[in-house]
Write a new protein. Structure first.
Lengths: 115, 235
């Protein structure tokens, strides 16, 4: 019983945190809420996973949850990798602009003593 | 190789030729490389890619213009920075040249002559020229890289990733490098394969020393290049 309460509290906290940080309620926040609601449903009614697993032909409910977690993790990794690539491109652009600005500034200042 | 009309401007008489040298922690070789290059009729531009040693200072003292990346971005990003800067200074021809001393400055006139004969891009080829000091393992690795590169680019070249090339500035609009690290060489060939730019290979000499070999691409880096090519621009 306590473990269920703990899990539900964790899910509620995650949902609250996602909601507080929302920006104009984008689609992915809605998806997170639906995901958390589904997870809460599984905590309250654990037999639902067994029922769904039997319908889908993947054996036990725990197997179904494991598969869902694996797919979710892959999605998260891919999502954050694409963010990382975008950030890398932005860093390159910024660094390049900084390089040109510094060079232009150095030329305006003229050669330093001893150069 | 493709054929098309190209610029008739002579690159040997009066054109502004810039040698772009990307360098990261090359303090021990960059001075000698720049000093040799500075004897020619061209501008030497070193892009110091966030070195933690005195690469930039040594290059400047040897006679190069030095741009410095505040953080390390990679060889591809350094070359693109050099291309952008040189074009802002009205460069008409850009030559890429490695900082580890493996290339011979005496090959540059050969590249420029080929460019002058009506090409847009001239690629140095170790396999048409001379390879000194390479182990048999490196030679096999390079041969495999050529086959993979030709498959990816759709071109038929004798060498894949030789660092010495000459490119008309006007051709660079179609050849913007977006791969920041070592995958830029494959990216360049891939883009060349999709344009109608005139591309030729000329023989060049490459001399591997213990130092340059230690700085070269190993199997791990080759795998990273493949990974970058497959994933970095498709996400």
């Amino acid at each position: 019983m306590w473990i269920r309460l703990l899990l539900l509290a964790g899910l509620a906290l995650t949902g609250y945190s996602a909601f507080v940080r929302r920006r104009r309620m984008p689609v992915h926040i809605m998806l997170i809420m639906m995901f958390l609601a589904a997870a809460a449903g599984m905590v309250v009614f654990p037999d639902v996973t067994n029922w769904a697993a039997a319908r889908l032909g993947v054996g036990r409910g725990v197997d179904l949850v494991t598969y869902l977690v694996e797919v979710s993790l892959l999605f998260i990794v891919l999502h954050y990798y694409s963010k990382f690539v975008l950030l890398q491109q932005q860093l390159t652009t910024l660094t390049r602009e900084l390089t040109f600005l510094r060079q232009d500034l150095d030329q305006l200042r003229g050669p330093k003593a001893g150069e | 190789m493709q054929t098309s009309g190209s610029s008739s401007e002579s690159v040997l008489t009066g054109a502004s030729v810039w040698i772009v040298v990307p360098a990261k922690d090359e303090e021990s070789t960059i001075g000698h490389v720049v000093a040799e290059l500075a004897q020619g009729e061209w501008v030497v531009l070193v892009v110091d890619d966030g070195s933690v040693d005195r690469t930039g200072m040594v290059a400047k003292m040897a006679g190069a213009i030095v741009l410095r990346h505040a953080v390390n971005l990679g060889q591809g990003a350094s070359l693109q920075t050099g291309f952008d800067y040189a074009r802002r200074r009205d460069a008409s021809v850009l030559v890429t040249f490695d900082a580890d001393g493996q290339h011979a400055p005496t090959d540059i006139p050969t590249l420029l002559q080929a460019l002058d004969s009506g090409c847009d891009v001239v690629l140095g080829s170790r396999f048409l020229g001379e390879i000194v000091g390479a182990s048999w393992l490196r030679r096999i690795f390079l041969r495999v890289a050529v086959k993979v590169s030709n498959r990816l680019s759709g071109m038929t070249l004798s060498d894949a990733h030789c660092g010495i090339r000459a490119i008309r500035a006007s051709a660079l609009d179609q050849l913007t490098l977006t791969q920041d690290r070592m995958a830029h060489a494959s990216e360049l060939l891939k883009k060349l394969g999709r344009t109608d730019l005139v591309v030729v290979e000329v023989p060049v000499a490459v001399r591997y020393t213990q130092y340059s070999s230690s700085r070269g691409q190993g199997l791990t880096q080759a795998l990273r290049v493949l990974f970058d090519l497959m994933f970095n621009r498709s996400l």
